[in-house]
Design a protein around this ligand. Structure first.
Ligand code: FRU
Length: 440
């Protein structure tokens, strides 16, 4: 296999051709998951930002549907979100899809587009932009319906803060408040926010670049309360929480209108440190697996519980097989206090994962994983706190990625790898590993 086919993911969303970064405007309606994405249709590095569109009925198999929002006089099309307007509050029709994005031109402003055919085609709103400022970084609007406050909210990234707005008609937005000064990590610009109700609490997702725990971009979050006007963090300002402890989990936001109250998020599986240099050429970047979020409490703090979506497990065979293939799900049980799982090939390339119960950490070392020298920041060993013990690990291997999850949702770690041959051997110590292949 040439490098393109060798590294192209088998069960992760990726463009056939061209560059991709953030997932945008995701929504679910009538059995279809819609995923838009920051896309360069003309080349495999970041440029010409356009919203590409893919759909899926199972969150695993995606079909590219073409490009829906293209650059115009206001600028190129940066990240944003969509809502389903069931009550026709905006006047574009019942069940219209209303999407928000940043027009990146002379300045960054927020624009709106709508679709009356379930997100297949969009018309831009005639009065764009709908929100302006004089800040250099002012982008990534995420819109949500707030049931308690009985209005829409919009949250966007403004420098190193998140601004919150409200609206009754999805077009006229009133500034309410800002969150972030003094809270969490400020090692970079805040980007791609989300605001999600989780039981009695609210989760504010704050992607940040750089400033991540292992350098470059990463996803931090805050847990607190939100009354439709102001977000109040429940933790001390200095507390920093990360959603994923790998190097390749960024721009993570949720699908709006997901069924059964599910909170389903999708990461971009790369890092701004080297995303433009990873050794694929026809295309660049994939999404991480879809994950479901909830909360758990550990030693008095609330954390995000991250689990792969049930659809991901359903994509694999029921019965384990003996051998590791380039696309596999590894179920790790009987975990002892010092367990290790090493994936390797006969070229001496390997990825070592270690669970250290005493120090309550899980780590993944990709320093000898294969091709690593395309960028100095790629070689890395990432380490996560496990917030208690891990009883079962779920590890998803694809052609160029490894995602490890604590089955209880207390730890997730997403890392890219570029082996020159697929890892075909597992060395396991202090644990038992079962290998499942993808269903045909
Ligand atoms: C995050 C980001 C966003 C922006 C987009 C541009 O990865 O920088 O803030 O809207 O990418 O492609």
């Amino acid at each position: 296999a040439n490098r393109e086919t060798r590294w192209r993911p088998i069960y992760h969303h990726t463009p056939t051709y061209g560059w991709m970064n953030d997932p945008n405007g995701m929504f679910y309606k009538d059995g279809v998951w819609n995923l838009y994405f920051q896309y360069n249709p003309y080349g495999s590095t970041w440029e010409n930002m356009t919203w590409g569109h893919s759909t899926s009925t199972d969150l695993v198999n995606w079909t590219y549907q073409g490009d829906v929002i293209e650059p115009d006089a206001l600028g190129t099309i940066f990240s944003g979100s969509s809502v389903v307007d069931y009550k026709n509050t905006a006047g574009f029709g019942e069940g219209a899809i209303i999407s928000y994005y940043t027009s990146a031109g002379q300045s960054q402003t927020q624009s709106m587009a709508y679709s009356t055919d379930n997100g297949k085609t969009f018309k831009k709103y005639s009065d764009n932009p709908i929100l302006t400022s004089n800040l250099p970084d002012f982008r990534d609007p995420k819109v949500l319906w707030n049931d308690e406050a009985s209005h829409w909210n919009l949250i966007l990234a403004a420098g190193q803060q998140m601004n919150i707005y409200s609206s009754k008609n999805l077009k006229d937005w009133k500034y309410e408040s800002s969150f972030g000064e003094g809270y969490g990590n400020h090692g970079g610009v805040w980007e791609c926010p989300d605001l999600l109700k989780m039981g009695d609490k609210w989760l504010l997702i704050c992607n940040i670049n750089p400033g991540g725990p292992f350098g470059g971009s990463a996803t931090q979050y805050f847990v607190g309360s939100f009354d439709g006007h102001k977000f109040t963090c429940e933790s001390k300002p200095e507390v920093t929480k990360w959603m994923d402890y790998g190097k390749d989990h960024y721009a993570t936001v949720s699908f709006s209108n997901a069924p059964d109250g599910r909170i389903v998020v999708l990461p971009w599986m790369s890092n701004w440190q080297y995303a433009n240099q990873v050794p694929t050429q026809q295309y660049r970047s994939a999404n991480g697996l879809p994950r479901e979020l909830s909360l758990f409490t550990y030693e008095g703090e609330d954390y995000v519980c991250v689990k792969p979506s049930p659809e991901v497990f359903a994509a694999f065979e029921q019965k384990p097989t003996g051998s590791l293939q380039s696309a596999a799900y590894l179920e790790v049980t009987n975990i002892k206090s010092n367990a290790s799982i090493v994936l390797c090939n006969d070229k001496g390339e390997k990825v070592a994962m270690v669970y250290d119960e005493k120090n309550r950490t899980f780590s993944m070392d990709r320093t000898e994983s294969g091709l690593t020298d395309f960028n100095n920041d790629f070689k890395a060993k990432t380490t996560a706190p496990t917030y208690g013990t891990i009883k079962k690990l779920q590890i998803f291997v694809d052609n160029s990625s490894i995602e490890a999850f604590d089955a209880d949702g207390k730890m997730s770690m997403t890392n890219l790898v570029f082996p020159n041959k697929p890892y075909d051997k597992i060395l396991a110590k202090g644990c038992k590993v079962k290998v499942y292949n993808l269903k045909k």
